[in-house]
Design a protein around this ligand. Sequence first.
Ligand code: TRP
Length: 488
Amino acid sequence: MKIKELSKQVLTKLKMTDCLGDGAGDMTPMDLYEKLTSQGDTVRTLKTEKAAKADIDAAVQLLLKLKVDYKQVTGQDYKTGCPPSECVVSQDNGPAADGEDMVDPWNVSTTNAKGVDYDKLIVRFGSSKIDQELVDRIERVSGQKAHRFLRRGIFFSHRDMHQVLDAYEKNKSFYLYTGRGPSSDALHMGHLIPFIFTKWLQDTFDIPLVIQLTDDEKYLWKDLSLEDCHRYTMENAKDIIACGFDINKTFIFSDLDYMGASPDFYRNVVKVQKHVTFNQVKGIFGFGDSDCIGKIAFPAIQAAPSFSSSFPQIFKGRKDVQCLIPCAIDQDPYFRMTRDVAPRIGYPKPALLHSTFFPALQGAQTKMSASDANSSIFLTDTPKQIKNKVNKHAFSGGKDTVEEHRKYGGNPDVDVSFMYLTFFLEDDEQLEKIRQDYASGALLTGELKKRLIETLQPLITSHQERRKQVTEETVKQFMTPRPLNYSF
Ligand code: TRP
């Protein structure tokens, strides 16, 4: 094979696995628009020059295919002379549309009642599946039983986790980084998933943790004032602290505060900014001409905490401490970009653990959303509200009548109450029994919902009690740049 061809293949492969996704998903709406326009010209020229029918047909076929791709990427029909930035209603749609599933940092939706096809997502994003072998290895290396989120495939995908475990086995330390965009006071149960798991990782591996609160991101994306975003940061920090993080091992920061206070952090932001082009962020995030420049620059700010030199007070200036990021899979675009840049600025690539989404009460076609009160169970809900919401709104996989249900059984795969139990019921045997009984018809929908209500109520009540204990002073301590209880 010719070298040129070979390198073209390698390049394509690299692009698919570590950068931007696949197929039409690689192209920005503008790239596609330009390609379509020129293909239209080609067809016209061939026709006026009375070219061979086969050539014209081939060119028309390509034109039609591009039109289909364009519709898939932009959600709009192609119109000559009307470039996508003027025609596309929402510029927030990244290019990650794969048939029926839509997953990017701003949108999650599928038409499948069982939820997003996560195996397909692994292929599309080029990450690796967390298989039984990896779960076993995590248990072996840590000497702890794997968290239920690992046992049940809720954290289902990773990048470089084996590398992290290799290093840990050689007594090399690593650190954890996760975050949250504080867009309101109202946290719901889904928001807790990465934090519950991160707390387990911190306890299990005994390592430092940094938590980024992207108040700047929310200011840029939402119709909120800077003051509101910063206030949400401080309020959300209380909920995060209430998850039980160790104050001696955890640094929580607001971008609005830390960016200005840490020269080293800002230096890393600028390094990333210098090594990512507008074309790349357009490809990854679907930004367009009418997006404000703050959005275009923001991904570098979410990338910076992946590098230990952004926190000299913790890592004493070391820039080689490996980072592990637990996050929901929709955040992966940020970290594909980060991993692409890291070696070029002399840093290790962060490793990742990806979670599935926490389904909305109405069904797994979309995730729980704070802006839709009926879709969510909030951390501030009373036991009574929890009961009413589950009974009224939780989508049921049961049959219409008790008789039919007893006869044919329910479908736990689409049943939201059952899905929530897989997130929160600790006991594997109980969960399996519930699954079997529901599928056989022995357990009725009302009874299943009752199990869920009884599981959630104490969980949320105790969260509320722990949150009450978190004082302004505690928040301040967590958010003060300082050394943690580790020597580097
Ligand atoms: N962008 C994330 C959000 O909107 C917040 C975030 C920042 C984050 N850094 C992160 C999430 C690291 C996970 C891991 O919620």
